[in-house]
Design a protein around this ligand. Sequence first.
Ligand SMILES: *Cc1c(COP(=O)(O)O)cnc(C)c1O
Ligand code: SF4
Length: 337
Amino acid sequence: MIPLITTIWQTQSWQQQMQQMIRDPEQLFKRLGLDIAARPELIGALKQFPLRATEAFIAKMQPGNWNDPLLLQVLPQAQETEPQPNFIDDPLAELDANPAPGLIHKYRGRVLLITSSACAVHCRYCFRRNFPYSDNNPSQKDWQQALDYIAEHPEIHEVILSGGDPLATSDDYLDKLIGRIANIPHVETLRIHTRLPLVLPARITPDLIKVLTKHRLHTVMVIHCNHANELDDTSTDALKSLRDANIHLLNQTVLLKGINDRAEILIKLSRRLFETGVMPYYLHVLDKVRGASHFDVPESTAQTLMREVLASLPGYLVPRLVREDPHASSKRPLALL
Ligand SMILES: *Cc1c(COP(=O)(O)O)cnc(C)c1O
Ligand code: SF4
């Protein structure tokens, strides 16, 4: 369907949209018809972690609504700068599991590559908001150390591209990196964790799909969708094209106070994901990262919510409620019954 009004960003390439994303809070508020004078305290938090949001993501927000569930994911809040004793820089102790630049090996059988430090949105709850990307952002030639590590560990069957957003890199870069991963015989699965199908759906081009499917590995994509409003037509079209190419699609959500901490919202999200061909995978309780305490939902509340979700949906649409413990051997499922 041709939209009645096409705005300029909709005609731009994904690279242009990425370059021209909104970084200035005043511009964001103007788009949404919100008066920044009403919330001057928001600006202080930007020094810690700047604002980033694509036009495609902003287009899904409801104008005039300070409590829009998508706006709240990117909106700096005054509480971010208040010290909270249990909220720290590296809550998952990832830097203890960092044997080569850009590589994190915490769980048996799979490793994570920090493929890019760039994101098309800055999610205020991000557990890597304080991650030292400058020490962990290898250029292409530096991948050698990480790839040697994988080659020397025959128990590694899955390589996860993470970030930042791995799809914020070029097709050519991904093609070369994935090609080198596929050359390691014991690697069977390539997994990509990304928000771009939601926040920059124009990134999902036929050329990208070719890059993601031309090698011998199974390809899994885990999107990070927190609310059904993120799944508009452009995003669902992008996701359907990935699924048509036999890419397994899973979703993980972070449980966020004021955004998705009601059973009906989680139920609707699971249903919308399924319609789009995406299976719910994890519901994470918040990682206690400095600056994100205002999103925290107590675990007992999370468990109560999930019992309601479990009572309302078929089992295959119920995500696993998990917590990430710094030194555990996997994500830790929280009991529901
Ligand atoms: C979450 C995570 C994984 C993947 O865990 P799964 O349970 O397989 O989804 C791998 N490595 C790290 C460091 C992680 O945080
Ligand atoms: S790494 Fe993921 S959660 Fe963090 S800011 Fe980027 S897109 Fe958001």
